[in-house]
Design a protein. Sequence first.
Length: 73
Amino acid sequence: MLWPDPAQCDRLVEIRDNLLDRIAEAEREGWLGEVEGLRVSLAGAEDKLAQVDRRRSNLTPVDLGIPTHHHGK
């Protein structure tokens, strides 16, 4: 699975906000087909932001211990 780069989070927020503005404009103008397409794009942007949030919350260090070497008999 490809994960969105957390460094791009600000850009994703910018894209999401722009899509919200464009949806509002399309609704005012009565461009129903445009509204539907923009909502699909908005869902994708919001999904990517959620992936970044999940990924950030799952990045807790795990202690794997010190490896040891066992000699077999």
